[in-house]
Every structure is written in C-alpha cells, then in structure tokens.
Design a protein around this ligand. Structure first.
Ligand SMILES: *[C@@H]1O[C@H](CO)[C@@H](O)[C@H](O)[C@H]1NC(C)=O
Ligand SMILES: *[C@@H]1O[C@H](CO)[C@@H](O)[C@H](O)[C@H]1NC(C)=O
Ligand SMILES: CC(=O)N[C@H]1CO[C@H](CO)[C@@H](O)[C@@H]1O
Ligand SMILES: CC(=O)N[C@H]1CO[C@H](CO)[C@@H](O)[C@@H]1O
Length: 913
C-alpha cells in the first residue's frame, strides 16, 4: 500500500525522514496511533505508526473467542492512562510525523508532532515527561539530540516520581474491564434512560459500536436505536462483503465518534442487544446518518428511540427526496401524483367497513380512500359463525361495528385532510384462488382537526397496524405514531386487545321478510318518530335503515313522492333508468347516507318494505326531493300533514323549470279554456275482437268491420296451399319477411319473421292475431303474393289501456293479466282511442253488452293504479277512474291490502342488495 497519507517520498529504510501529515483516527496504545488521510470519494487510506524509541504499557486484551486455553490479559499498569493521555490530546487532530524505520513486515516507527510541522508538541516527549512511557535506551545513538532529550525527560520524570515511576507499582491504574454483562436487560433498566458517560472503542458498522461505559469499564456493543446502516456481511468462506455504502457509513461514524467522549442513553435491550442513542455535543449521529443517506429507519427499534421518532422519519424522508447514497434509486410511492392529488381537503360521504371512506372531492367526484397501514377487525376463525344465519361482517365480526361507528360519528359529512401515502396496486387472484383480487387502492393519512383518524382508531383498539418488510415504503407517513398508539392500546387492554367478552350485536334483518315486517308494523306505527341510521341508499326514495333501539334492519320507502326509477333488471332485460333517477339517488345519498335520522312509519307494502317520512336535521327528505325538482308529489300524499308543504315545494320547482320540470309548459289560462272548448273528448267506440293479451298488458284486436274480409282471405289461401303444398324446407326465413306459418292447430296463418336464431328456432309474429311463436323453419313457407298485406293489411292492432299504470311488480302484473285474459280474450268489445303513446295508442274498452269500462273495472278491483292525465278534455274520465281507485283503497282490495302506499314502489318488491 504505497498510497500513504500525504505521500511524499517513501524510503526503506528511511535515511532522511520526510515529514508527512494526517489525522489521528485512533490511539492504539500509549505508543501507537492510526493516522488517516482526507477522504476523497470514499474512506481514506490509513497507517499505523508506533512511536520510535519509547514504550508504553499494553492494554487489556480479551482471550481469542472460543479458545479456552488463552485467558483475558489485563492492562499493564499505567497503560490505560497512557492511552487516555494520548487520546485526549490527539484524537481527530491533525498531526505530522516522520517514518524513521520501516520493518520488512511493514511496521513503521516514527516521531509524531501535533499540528502541521515539527514545531508542534512532540508527543513521545510529552508521554515520557508524564511518566507514561519509558525510553528504549538499547538502540540509542548518542549523537542524536532528540534521543538525548528523551533520556533527559525520562530522568526528570523518574526524579519527580511521575506515573510509572511513582511508588506502589500502579496496580490502581489497571481497569477492572468487564466484557460481558450478566443480565443486560436489568443493566439497561437500572440506568433509567439517564445518559451514561462512555468512550466509543470500536465502530463495527455505521450503526453498531463497542463502547466503554464509565466509570465502571463495561465494554458493551450498542446498536443505534431506530436505524440501520449497510453492514459487512460475513460470507461462508469467512470473508466479509460490504453492502453498498457500508464502508462509507462506517467511516462517517468512525470519523465522528471513534474514541470520542460521548454520552449514551441505553434505551432497550431486546434479545441481549443493547439499543441506545449516542449524544455528542456536535449533534446526534442517528439523525445525521439518516439525513446523509447512510442509514434507514427500522420500525422495531424505532419504538424505543427516546428523542422523537418523527425527527428520524423526517431526516430519512429528506434523504429520500434528495436521493442521496442508499436512496440513489429511490422512487417515492406517490411520485407520479400531482401535488393536488397527493394532499387535499374533501368531504366524507360514507364509511366503508372500518378502514376506508368515500370522500367527495372539490370536483364533485367521489373517491374511496383507505386508511394507510391499518387493518380493520377481522373474523378470527369460525367461532362466531352461526351456520343458520347469514354472515354479516359489520355486525358479526367482533368490534367491526364499533370501529365503523367510531369513524361514522367522527367523520360523516365532515371535511377532512387527506394526504396520500401510497397507491397499492391491484392484485390479481391467483389460480389457486388463495389470494383475493383487490382493485387498486389509494391509501392515505386522514386527519380531522389535526387528529389522525387511523391513530385514534388504533388507540381505541378498533384496528391494528400492518407490519411491513423493512424496505416497504408503502405505508403511513405517520407509521410510528400508529405503532405507538397500538402499543398503548395493548397495554391498556382496549377493544381488540381486551380480555373481556367481545360485544355482540344481534341484529334482526326485517328487510324482505314480510312475515316479520307485518308483526313489526304496528309497533313502529305507534312509536311515532324513531331513530335510525341510514345504512344504504338503493335509490332516491328507497333506503335501508338500522334502528338502534330496536336493533333491526328495515327497508324504507319515502312516502308522498314519485321519484324517478333507476335502471334495473326485469324479466326480459334491463329497464332503462328514468331521467334524473341518478341525481335523485345522489341527492339522497349526500343528505342522509350513514346519518342519524328520524323516521315516521305509516304503512308497508306487500314485500315487507315500510313506507313513511324521513327527517334529518329539520329537513323532510320527501319535501327536499320535491323542492329540488327530483321528485313529484304523489297523490297519496294528500292525506298527510306534509301535503301543503309538498305542493308548494313542487309549485316552486315547476316555476323554476328545473330538472324534472325542464320541459314543463304552463298553459295560459285562456288557451286552456280554448283548448277545452276546441278539444272535447271524442267517444267513438267501434267494435273489435280481442285476440291476444301480452304479459305487459298490451293487447291485439281485429276490427270486426273487416272480419269478413279476413275470413275470406284465409279460406282462399288455405285452399290454394292445399292444392299446391309447399315443399318442406324450401323456405329460408329472414328477419322482416312475410311468410305463412303452420300453427298448433295444423292450419296456415300469415306471419312475419321477427328473428332467426337457427333453422330450428325462428321467431314469428302472427300478423292477423297478434300472438308470437318460436317455430322450426320446416313449419314455414313463402306467403303467396295474392295474399300479401297489399291485398289485406295485417289485421291485428296493438293497444294498451288508457288511464292505468301497468304494475311493474311481476306478481301484481300477472294478477291483472290473468284477470284481463279471463274477461276479454277472444271476445268482442268496444274500443275508443283516448290518447297516443310511445309504442301504441292508449284506449278504453267497453264490454259489448253492459258497456262497462274494462280498465275502470281493474282500477275498482284494486289491481292497478290510475295514470293521471293532465289533458283538460280527459279530466272527467280521470276523475271517474280516481274515484274508482278511492273505493278500491278504502276496501283495501289487492294492491291496497296493506293500506295506502305508493304502488310504483311495488316494483322494488323483494329486491334487495
Ligand atoms: C506497536 O504498537 C502496537 C499497539 O500498541 C503494539 O501491539 C505493538 O507491539 C507495537 N510494536 C512494537 C514493535 O512495539
Ligand atoms: C387541514 O390541514 C391544514 C394545514 O395542514 C389545516 O390548516 C386545516 O385546518 C386542516 N383541515 C382539517 C379539516 O383538518
Ligand atoms: C437529544 C439530542 O441531542 N438530540 C439532538 C440530535 O441532533 C440534532 C442535530 O443533528 C439536534 O438538533 C438534537 O437536539
Ligand atoms: C315537519 C318537518 O320536519 N317539516 C320539514 C320538511 O322539510 C322541509 C325542508 O325540506 C322543512 O322546511 C320542513 O320544516
């Protein structure tokens, strides 16, 4: 190693000693030092220099580990004093030195002076003068004035009985050095976190040192609390391989602490390892190591760091941000988020389980935020599962409900500060299915009024803290506070950490249970206003409520209003959403979801849904929806005490022409009068023959007037076919084609192809009768041109009933259809078109004999509700129908059998999520 400290000439042996400079890294003994150069892009070279011509005592040495025959060697008398004398004088100082002799083994002997040149203190001379070293007189050359001077100094020390030359042999200068501690945990505890004076004797790596504790000379290994530097890994073959930056980190600590006087706070002792913090007047090495990117924070030992974990995290964060050293390739978990997406204020709309919230952003968007680094209560094993009961996590997982309630009460409807900590990537389910698939999650620290809500939850024992791999950065920015909160919760036996029986929530789920609901109804009706928490919003007017007093769940429909219906699955496809149904749902969600409300139950429908009024902070939700033009007043509101309020709210919304009323045209009164004069209801009943009634309560009729023509056509057509039977399979059906089809009665009829699934499955519509069928193409043939629709138009015409609402509920609809089939299918009736419609005209039908109105009959039977038309000329009919409805209601017939309720809510029967 030719590259010496501040290399000038190197000679061996050295005839004319040249002066070299360096910094004292370590004092090995009273007569040997290690000198180093200045670091240049890495730890500098170093050299051991033994002082020429003097000798100081040897320090204590420990027996080689694992060798029983060798013993610990104690200090020689005055050896430690000599080392200390030298250490205090020159450690870390700049010195200059000459190398006088270099042995073949490479050992170097020389003179060392404090400072930049030989005018500085000659330390060999100082040692000799203090009686801390003896002079080697054997090899002295008389003509050397320096050597002569050493001899003089020794003589003087002897004469004044200094040090080695004092009486008594110096036994008191031998340390009682202790290499091990019987019970290190007790030892640490006995110091009560009070700083202990110490000398750092060795630096193993940047964060592990050997320290000599004073005044009792315990030699102990101390790991810095809270951090870890890269280390030197010992390989199988005994060599050490440094992790990146291990040498640099070690040098960083060494150059600041080795052989310095320090104080150490002994903080903890897990598994025989002492964790501590080293205090030095120039600063605190733990923080410095982090700040310079020489160390990373360590969760398990961070917990014991007494000087404030947040400072350490901040130091580490700063190093990460600057990408220094071990963080050179660091990428922050939120690196690709804009600042505004990283931290923002938002309003809490919903608490999801016990570890996530839905917030409304300034943009109006909703976003789900998971609380960083916490885990909600989980179901431990099967012990709480009752096989007969549906498992509902919110109530059945111990402490889940408490956790959710804590968050709900603290956060719902409030503004919170959100700081995104990390985005957890979506996980995909493995093929074995053991890992569930999660979508991407935004994890954040959420605070309200300066309180970290996750920390509050953890400290109440209502959530636990997730443990991470050391280098996992995907965690809360306040992770240590979470850990500390958890430690407190465990200590105080809070929540999940309690030894007490877990609280049990027996919740009766009445929603969708008609039997139970029926029993419960009188109870709720009598109760007047009852407290409830809105657990779910299905639509603007349909909610799921938790009744805390009654500990039950019910489905609740808002009374008095007609709220636009959302899209949903119905038999035969998707029913499209009505305009503003989504807005109405959002409105209701925003106002009441997970809020505490009061409800007045008035009645229930046949599916066991309760119907009534809902109040929140003085607002009546039905009224509020109408005010906002998101619902219309329903006539059933008439009897309620809120009717006037509802009507004036509706009138105001109508005036504003908002939302539901956007296309509302108010007719000037004269015009209305004019219209009513001009346009009288025309009652022009003509005879028809009802051939088909559909499941949706539409029907097909033939005109009796043209009945003879149709009969004629059929007869001639069938005769022609009989004379020239079609060749089976010669017809290839295509959608829209007219054809003839052989019906179940073995006769041929005119038809149209509606759909071709396959040759075996062709959907046809019988154009003269209105019925449909799926047949094999072998039962189809080309329509002879002479019998086309040009000869005679299709005879079946589609209509539906005027003034009545077709029930959306399948059962209710089936009841009506049954009744209509019984009454009028294949009979002759009288038909009058009342008004147009999207798919077909709306008509009234009369029985031929009695002239009774068929639709009105259905209304009176309580099988359908009235569709109120606003046209002036129809008002007489409408009134007649409404009167019919009133009588059905008072007789509690069919759909009215549970009292007055909104029939259009009946479409939600049995529908639950
Ligand atoms: C040089 O100093 C070291 C450290 O004190 C010591 O172990 C060694 O014996 C010395 N060498 C000689 C030749 O005195
Ligand atoms: C959000 O944080 C800012 C400062 O960081 C504070 O001034 C404000 O009060 C906080 N808002 C809430 C709702 O906690
Ligand atoms: C307890 C202690 O001494 N803490 C110090 C650690 O070092 C920083 C500077 O690096 C000081 O600000 C702290 O006071
Ligand atoms: C009795 C009652 O609570 N009425 C309220 C219904 O809701 C409206 C607001 O939408 C309030 O103004 C009423 O006071």
């Amino acid at each position: 190693m030719a590259s010496a400290v501040s290399a000038q000439a190197q000679a061996n042996p050295v005839s004319v000693p040249t002066l070299q400079r360096g910094i004292v890294k370590m004092v090995l003994s009273g007569c040997a030092v290690i000198v180093r150069g200045q670091p240049r892009g890495g730890p500098p070279p170093e050299r051991q220099i033994n002082l020429s011509n003097v000798r100081a005592g040897a320090l204590a040495r420990r027996a080689a580990q694992g060798q029983t025959e060798t013993k610990d060697t104690p200090d020689e008398p005055w050896a430690f004093q000599a080392r200390e004398f030298l250490r205090k004088k020159i450690i870390g100082k700049e010195v200059c030195f000459t190398v006088e002799i270099k042995t073949p083994q490479g050992r170097e002997y020389g003179m060392v002076y404090l400072g930049k040149d030989t005018s500085g203190e000659n330390i060999a001379e100082s040692l000799v003068a203090e009686g801390l070293a003896t002079v080697r007189r054997e090899g002295l050359r008389g003509n050397n004035p320096e050597q002569a001077r050493l001899c003089d100094l020794e003589d003087q020390a002897k004469a004044s009985k200094k040090g080695i030359w004092s009486e008594g042999g110096g036994a008191h200068t031998i340390r009682d050095l202790k290499y091990s501690i019987e019970n290190p945990r007790n030892f640490v505890d006995s110091h009560h976190q009070k700083p202990v004076n110490a000398i750092i004797e060795h630096v193993r790596d940047g964060s592990v040192v050997r320290a000599l504790l004073l005044p009792d000379y315990y030699l102990v290994t101390v790991m810095l609390s809270g951090v870890k530097c890269p280390t030197f890994k010992r390989e199988a073959d005994g060599t050490e391989s440094p992790e990146p930056f291990a040498a640099e980190a070690k040098f960083f600590t060494e150059s600041r602490l080795l052989q310095r006087d320090v104080q150490i706070i002994l903080e903890s002792c897990p598994n025989q390892i002492i964790l501590g913090t080293i205090l030095h007047p120039n600063g605190n090495i733990t923080e410095l190591l982090l700040k310079e990117g020489f160390a990373r924070c360590v969760d398990w030992s961070m917990a014991v760091y007494t000087q404030g974990a947040e400072k350490l995290r901040a130091a580490e964060r700063s190093a990460k941000e600057r990408k220094v050293r071990i963080w050179k390739d660091y990428v922050a978990p939120t690196a690709n988020l804009d600042q505004k997406d990283r931290q923002f204020v938002a309003k809490v709309m919903q608490v999801v389980n016990a570890d996530a919230i839905v917030v409304k952003l300034n943009s109006g968007e909703y976003k789900t935020i998971h609380l960083s680094s916490i885990r909600p209560p989980r179901n431990e094993g099967e012990k709480n599962k009752d096989k007969d009961k549906r498992f509902r996590p919110l109530y059945d997982i111990p402490y889940m409900f408490e956790a959710r309630e804590f968050l709900r009460k603290k956060l719902i409807g409030k503004k919170v500060n959100v700081t995104v900590d990390y985005i957890r990537a979506a996980t995909t389910a493995t093929e074995t299915g053991t890992i569930p698939a999660f979508p991407e999650r935004t994890c954040a620290t959420v605070t309200i009024g300066g309180i970290n809500i996750a920390e509050a939850l953890v400290s109440k024992g209502l959530a636990t803290v997730i443990r991470y791999r050391q280098d996992d950065d995907q965690r809360s920015s306040h992770y240590d506070e979470l850990l500390a909160a958890e430690a407190r919760a465990i200590k105080n036996g809070k929540g999940l950490h309690s030894k007490k029986e877990v609280p049990i929530h027996r919740v009766a789920d009445i929603s969708g249970d008609t039997q139970k609901a029926k029993q419960f109804l009188p109870f709720l009706q009598r109760a007047g206003r009852s407290e409830a928490v809105v657990e779910y919003v299905f639509s603007g007017s349909r909610l799921k409520l938790y009744m805390p007093k009654e500990t039950c769940l019910i489905t609740f429909l808002l009374a008095g209003i007609e709220c636009p219906r959302s899209s949903r699955n119905i038999p035969g496809g998707m029913q499209v959403a009505e305009p503003f149904s989504e807005e109405a749902m959002l409105f209701t969600k925003e106002l009441v979801l997970q809020r505490e409300v009061e409800v007045e139950v008035e009645s229930m429908d046949k599916a066991g849904n309760f119907i009534g009024w809902l109040h929140i902070e003085g607002v009546n939700l039905s009224v509020a929806l109408v005010e906002s033009a998101l619902s219309k007043v329903h006539f059933t509101a008439e009897r309620s005490s809120y009717y006037k309020t509802l009507l004036s709210a509706e009138e105001a919304a109508r005036q504003r022409k908002e939302k539901l009323w956007a296309n509302y045209e108010e007719k000037p009164t004269e015009e209305v009068a004019q219209l009513s004069e001009e346009k009288e209801r025309v009652a022009n009943y003509r005879p028809v023959y009802v051939t088909e009634i559909t499941d949706t309560l539409h029907f097909y009729t033939q005109d009796v007037e043209t009945g003879a023509q149709l009969e004629n056509l059929m007869e001639t057509m069938r005769a022609e076919i009989a004379a020239q039977p079609p060749v089976e399979g010669s017809f290839t059906p295509r959608r829209g084609d007219y054809c003839i089809a052989k019906f179940a009665d073995g006769e041929w009829y005119r038809a149209r192809v509606e759909k071709v699934e396959s040759a075996a499955k062709v959907h046809v519509f019988y154009i003269d009768y209105g019925n449909r069928e799926v047949v094999s193409s072998t039962r189809l043939a080309a329509l002879p041109p002479a019998f086309s629709t040009r000869t005679l138009p299709a005879q079946a015409t589609e209509y539906t009933f005027a003034f009545i609402q077709v029930p959306q509920d399948e059962d209710a609809r089936a009841d009506v259809v049954d009744c209509v089939v019984r009454d009028i299918q294949n009979t002759q009736c009288l038909l009058n078109v009342e008004y147009g419609g999207a798919s077909c005209p709306h008509v009234t039908l009369q029985f031929t004999d009695s002239k009774d109105d068929v639709g009105l009959g259905l209304v009176k039977e309580g099988l359908v509700m009235v569709e109120v038309r606003k046209e002036k000329h129809l008002q007489k009919m409408v009134t007649e129908y409404l009167n019919g409805q009133e009588s059905a209601k008072s007789a509690r017939l069919n759909i009215w059998r549970y009292g007055d309720f909104r029939a259009d809510d009946a479409d939600e029967f049995g529908y639950s999520r």
